[in-house]
Write a protein that binds this ligand. Structure first.
Ligand SMILES: Cc1cc2nc3c(=O)[nH]c(=O)nc-3n(C[C@H](O)[C@H](O)[C@H](O)COP(=O)(O)OP(=O)(O)OC[C@H]3O[C@@H](n4cnc5c(N)ncnc54)[C@H](O)[C@@H]3O)c2cc1C
Length: 387
């Protein structure tokens, strides 16, 4: 069976990742889904084994203590990780690349501890009233002498466990631009435990059960100037740089999950017999398998092409948007068709399909919905015409 793009140099690394997944991740999937959380000792065990296997912070440069993997290598690894639940995957540890913007004291206080699994961060952009409409955010910070006073709230901010700090995006003023007034957004590093910063577990998601979402609220939280990540007013540029690559990783994960689901569908279509023959021999079932294989191969090629663009410094926002929307929608079709091929058994809790189907659904929503990705693509097409 086609197993996605690969090459000789990456085979060894992929063998390490696959044996890690076999030993440390897959055996726990069903139990974590049933429990609705990853027991802390299990999470810490995965984290420790990931460090030993050299997989923790593999995305960050060697100069800061990371694994220094190329984007291509990362895309192949993420494809493998995508086969499992994000609740477990997240414990392996891929600190947010945005932390590379840390400067001065911030490097020892935030970046290094994250690379070395001594601290965990959250990326806090979304608010109850500002999801897709990021610029509608109400969280704000105002100057008070040399300090900033932060107020507002965030929700759906996700991670494997209670974090040590959050990267919080807040409006710090208004900029006048050729396209009109625009909120000035700044990223702050906010430690859990800072007076006025409340964090609690939020709603439970049926995709990736056990992956936590948090609600954050800020009431007159006093922050020093040294808590600004990057430059004041440059928060969205910083986030945008990271979000685009994150969307490519989402695409790679979707390909991995689609491959796993397709393999289950093929096996079932070959084994399950009705009317005296394997159901895969009925054209209605067999053609679903053919569509899965074509969709997956196309998605893999798109990820591969986009990673090549990124490595050449040529990736644009719309390239990452295409990957995100295409791969997540391909996965949605594969997961849904797989349930259909399984028939009633596809919806039984004892089978993994219903879990993979639930997990797949989130991919079209987080990191920017399919509709928002299409906006990004359309905007890039119309802008040259002034529309
Ligand atoms: C499990 C989970 C984990 C998450 N983790 C994080 C995290 O760590 N950090 C973080 O900051 N955020 C996180 N999010 C938030 C996620 O990015 C948002 O849910 C997502 O961006 C959509 O925002 P929303 O849910 O408010 O939907 P809304 O913005 O309310 O959208 C609802 C619907 O309206 C559509 N819509 C909205 N605007 C338009 C438009 N202009 N044109 C066409 N259609 C539109 C959307 O596409 C969608 O279909 C997480 C979400 C979930 C569910």
């Amino acid at each position: 069976m086609y197993s996605g793009p690969s090459d000789h140099e990456n085979e060894l690394m992929l063998a390490t990742v696959r044996s890690f997944m076999d030993a440390e991740i897959y055996p726990h999937e069903a139990e974590v889904d049933r429990l609705g959380h990853v027991p802390d000792e299990l999470g810490r065990q995965i984290e420790q084994r990931a460090i030993e296997a050299g997989l923790y912070a593999a995305n960050l440069p060697e100069a800061v203590g990371g694994g220094g993997l190329s984007m291509r290598a990362m895309s192949l690894i993420e494809r493998e990780y995508g086969k499992t639940s994000h609740a477990l995957h997240a414990w392996i540890g891929r600190p947010t690349e945005i932390l590379l913007a840390c400067e001065g004291d911030q490097i020892e206080r935030y970046l290094r501890p994250c690379v070395e699994a001594r601290k965990r961060e959250l990326f806090a952009l979304t608010e109850p009233e500002a999801g897709s409409d990021v610029m509608g955010m109400k969280t704000n910070a105002r100057r008070d002498g040399d300090d900033w006073i932060l107020n507002g709230s965030k929700h759906f901010i996700s991670g494997p466990c209670m974090p040590d700090f959050a990267i919080v995006f807040a409006a710090t003023g208004i900029d006048e631009t050729p396209r009109g007034s625009r909120r000035r957004i700044t990223a702050f590093l906010v430690d859990v435990g800072t007076p006025g910063f409340d964090i609690r577990e939020g709603n439970r998601c049926v995709s990736y059960r056990g992956y936590k979402t948090f609600e954050l609220s800020f009431s007159d939280v006093r922050l020093g100037n040294g808590q600004i990540l990057g430059q004041e007013g440059q928060g969205l540029e910083l986030a945008g740089k990271w979000l685009s690559m994150g969307r490519v990783w989402v695409g790679a994960c979707c390909c991995g999950k689609a491959e796993r689901i397709m393999d289950l569908a093929v096996q079932w279509a070959a084994d399950r017999r009705q009317f005296g023959k394997p159901i895969g021999q009925f054209q209605a079932t067999g053609f679903k398998l053919a569509d899965m294989a074509m969709g997956l191969r196309t998605a893999d090629l798109l990820v591969s092409d986009t990673v090549a663009r990124a490595e050449a410094g040529l990736m644009e926002d719309r390239d990452a948007a295409m990957v995100k929307v295409y791969c997540s929608e391909m996965l949605g079709r594969v997961a849904d068709d797989c349930v259909q091929i399984y028939g009633g058994m596809g919806l039984m809790e004892e089978m993994p399909i219903q879990r993979l189907w639930r997990d797949s659904r989130l991919e079209r929503i987080w990191d920017g919905t399919s509709e928002i990705q299409r906006h990004i693509i359309t905007r890039s097409m119309l802008r040259p015409f002034g529309a």
